[in-house]
Ligand binder design. Sequence first.
Ligand code: SF4
Ligand code: SF4
Length: 147
Amino acid sequence: MSLVSADRLRTPGAAPGRTCGDCTACCTLLAITELHKPMRRACDHVGRDGCRIHPTRPASCRLFHCVWLRGALGDDDRTRPDHLGVMVDHFVERATGEAHTLAFELWPGAFASPEARAVLDALAQQGPVALAWRDGRWSAWPDDEAP
Ligand code: SF4
Ligand code: SF4
């Protein structure tokens, strides 16, 4: 059985019963237009226990569910972004219907772990995967720059 659930990957929204727990990875990794927050900068509102403005957080935050939160990467916390070092987004462009899978590296070397490589390999069976490296580079998985 694949490590990646294709159905869950393509189903926006958190899997039943699944919550972010201690993870706040996307609060640093993602650009939040409403807050003028760029990619890879910690949000001014993120605290040790998560979002300090949770009830009034912007729509971009409300609508984002990484593929781990969707339940697409197995049943446990080992592939949760703050544990794996990799946060994965998947979305379909409205205009073209084209599906995109983006994997963000949380810390240098995270893409090189066997666990991360297994996730990237399983995602690649579903379609192209773009890698956003910790140092700002982008590439495709697998490619010559990959670990
Ligand atoms: S990266 Fe995923 S699990 Fe972590 S806080 Fe964001 S949505 Fe939740
Ligand atoms: S507003 Fe809250 S949920 Fe949104 S990025 Fe900031 S800390 Fe995270």
